[in-house]
Design a protein around this ligand. Structure first.
Ligand SMILES: [Mg+2]
Length: 267
């Protein structure tokens, strides 16, 4: 049997996982991913969370399955090896170096931008190990306005981009995102985009919800309008089901298209 999907790339919050549901990841999706992993597919969680935060989310989800890889902070790749999470060093070092160079350039003009944002908007701004500018806006509308302001303010630095998810945002390097990291994973595993499935719900997922990187692109019903529009524009699929139920629907649709069986619960 030739497996149509060889890499499953799922965003975490609002896509694979929902804080407000029990269980947080639907059993149906868990079974489907397990079935595909047993058949040889690689599962990667592609998230804006950092590694520690993702591992805590996975622990709380009570999942019996485990991703083969994770892409964290929308850009760093780690592989699960015998209970450890090993950094994919070549990519991660290149990523860190590119960000250091870029942020050195940005830091000169950043204080003025921060002062202006603080004067005009309700938002928390801070620096962390991944970005000299991280944002938690008061609401989604404010986040969108600050996003627009930052894009205008830093338009002379083309490598710089604003990565946003709901009220959260950070400055980042345009060359390192969920899409390019997914492409790097495909390159490392010698798996072409024809065999890649990607699912996401928010703006930070847009780079991977691209036919450049994945053959099947899926948004759950709870995805933001801009994501649904981007997916439909590329003849991807928008589910009528929320979060993990929508991802399961997408995976089942691919299996059905290829005449492959769907393993149901053993109960
Ligand atoms: Mg999400």
């Amino acid at each position: 049997m030739s497996l149509p999907i060889k890499i499953i790339s799922t965003d975490f919050d609002g896509t694979l996982h929902s804080d407000s549901e029990v269980p947080r990841v639907p059993h149906r999706l868990e079974r489907l991913i397990a079935q595909l992993q047993r058949a040889g597919a690689v599962w990667v969680i592609n998230t804006g969370r950092d590694l520690k935060d993702l591992l805590e989310g996975l622990r709380l989800s009570g999942l019996s399955i485990r991703p083969d890889f994770v892409i964290v902070v929308e850009r760093e790749i780690y592989q699960h090896v015998e209970g450890r999470w090993d950094s994919v060093e070549e990519w991660n070092q290149g990523c860190t170096g590119a960000h250091q160079t870029l942020f050195h350039e940005v830091k000169r003009s950043l204080p003025e931008a921060v002062n202006e944002i603080r004067a005009r908007f309700q938002a928390t701004i801070y620096e962390d190990g991944y970005s000299p500018f991280c944002l938690i806006a008061e609401d989604v509308e404010t986040a969108a306005e600050i996003h627009e302001f930052l894009e205008g303010y830093f338009r002379d630095i083309p490598e710089l981009t604003v990565v946003r998810n709901h009220v959260y945002a950070r400055l980042s390097h345009r060359a390192y995102n969920k899409g390019t990291a997914l492409a790097e994973l495909g390159r490392l595993l010698n798996i072409s985009r024809e065999h890649i499935f990607a699912a996401g719900d928010h703006l930070n997922d847009l780079p991977m919800l691209s036919k450049n990187y994945a053959n099947w692109i899926v948004a759950p019903a709870n995805a933001v309008p801009m994501v649904k529009e981007a997916v439909l524009r590329q003849s991807g699929w928008v589910s009528d089901f929320n979060c993990g139920h929508g991802v399961a629907w997408g995976l089942e649709r691919v299996l059905e298209m290829h005449g492959l069986p769907i393993v149901t619960a053993p109960e």
